[in-house]
Design a protein around this ligand. Sequence first.
Ligand SMILES: [Zn+2]
Length: 51
Amino acid sequence: MPTQSDPAPCAEGEDLYECRDCLTRLCSNDRVMSCPDCGGEMENLSKPRLQ
Ligand SMILES: [Zn+2]
């Protein structure tokens, strides 16, 4: 059963990314590998959990 327990500030279908260096956040439909601000590594915060 899908539940919206942790609503993301992104549109449906988009993933939320956060820069590990400067903590810039952005939403994108595509994979974001590097931060547009500092070029640091981006982490996908919307990554589905694997169990
Ligand atoms: Zn950054």
